[in-house]
Design a protein around this ligand. Structure first.
Ligand SMILES: Nc1ncnc2c1ncn2[C@@H]1O[C@H](COP(=O)(O)OP(=O)(O)OP(=O)(O)O)[C@@H](O)[C@H]1O
Ligand SMILES: [Mg+2]
Length: 240
């Protein structure tokens, strides 16, 4: 489970990037957060991962406070960044081996790695290729493979479909649904309303650091999510 309690971030320059954010992502649930550029989505993710300290409030991963127990909280979460960090002189296999061992998975074999690369839709020619030659989408796929191998109960994804071609994007959604089926709590920041609306159990709109709307799939039934987003963004910007 992922939980934000009044999570707030004021950067050193005084900018209030995140203003008392509250949400919960239960096991087997997908929460999609949408918002304009600069709305605070990556800031929220960086707080969960302990990359930056909060100014106020708490981020909990499996009930573990990420500030009080940073190492323990990280055991329970996998993260796929928009720009996946890899060891570019390593091949795809070597990257999976390195990151899996780092995550404490010592018994995985080359065929486990091959299987997960197939699962994420990476083409076979790429398995032995150094990742410095990977395209953005290939990097994202390998990042998702790393996350799957870690097998943590929580998954945080920052704009995971931004580099994927349409077919890979669709396959990615199926993969996320599979992970949801395994009972994982999944947080996705995205600009891709069209795709995300098919998988989200809960949808949130961020505007200038505030969560201005949060609705469940059921509450959104029959709504045009794209239209709703535009309306919220206009309404709330004028209200500022
Ligand atoms: N390290 C930092 N220092 C100061 N301000 C920052 C820092 N990182 C982000 N910001 C500011 O915080 C605000 C929120 O940024 P954030 O990256 O969280 O937005 P985002 O919702 O992820 O946007 P995008 O959709 O473009 O990825 C922006 O105004 C940004 O300029
Ligand atoms: Mg961002």
């Amino acid at each position: 489970m992922l939980e934000a309690k009044d999570l707030t971030k004021k950067y050193e320059d005084g900018l209030l990037a995140l203003d008392h954010l509250n949400f919960k992502v239960e096991p087997g649930e997908i929460f999609c957060m949408f918002g304009a550029n600069g709305a605070g989505k990556t800031t929220a993710i960086n707080l969960f991962l302990g990359f930056i300290p909060p100014s106020e409030g708490t981020a909990l991963i499996e009930g573990v406070d990420v500030v009080k127990e940073p190492l323990k909280s990280k055991e329970y979460v996998s993260f796929v960044s928009e720009n996946v960090m890899l060891y570019d002189n390593f091949t795809a296999y070597q990257n999976l081996d390195y990151f899996s061992k780092l995550a404490g998975k010592r018994n995985l074999t080359k065929s486990d790695y091959a299987q997960v690369m197939k699962q994420v839709g990476l083409q076979e020619e790429a398995y032995d290729m150094r990742t410095k030659n990977f395209s953005k989408g290939m990097r994202q796929k390998l990042g998702i493979a790393v996350a799957i191998l870690k097998d943590a109960p929580n998954l945080i994804l920052d704009e995971p479909t931004s580099g994927l071609d349409p077919k890979s994007g669709q396959e990615f959604l199926d993969l996320i649904l599979e992970l949801k089926g395994e009972g994982k709590s999944i947080f996705i920041s995205s600009h891709d309303i069209f795709r995300a609306k098919y998988i989200a159990d809960r949808v949130g709109f961020m505007l200038q650091g505030k969560l201005v709307m949060m609705k469940t799939q059921k509450e959104l039934r029959g709504e045009d999510l794209n239209k709703l987003y535009v309306e919220y963004m206009q309404e709330h910007s004028f209200a500022e």
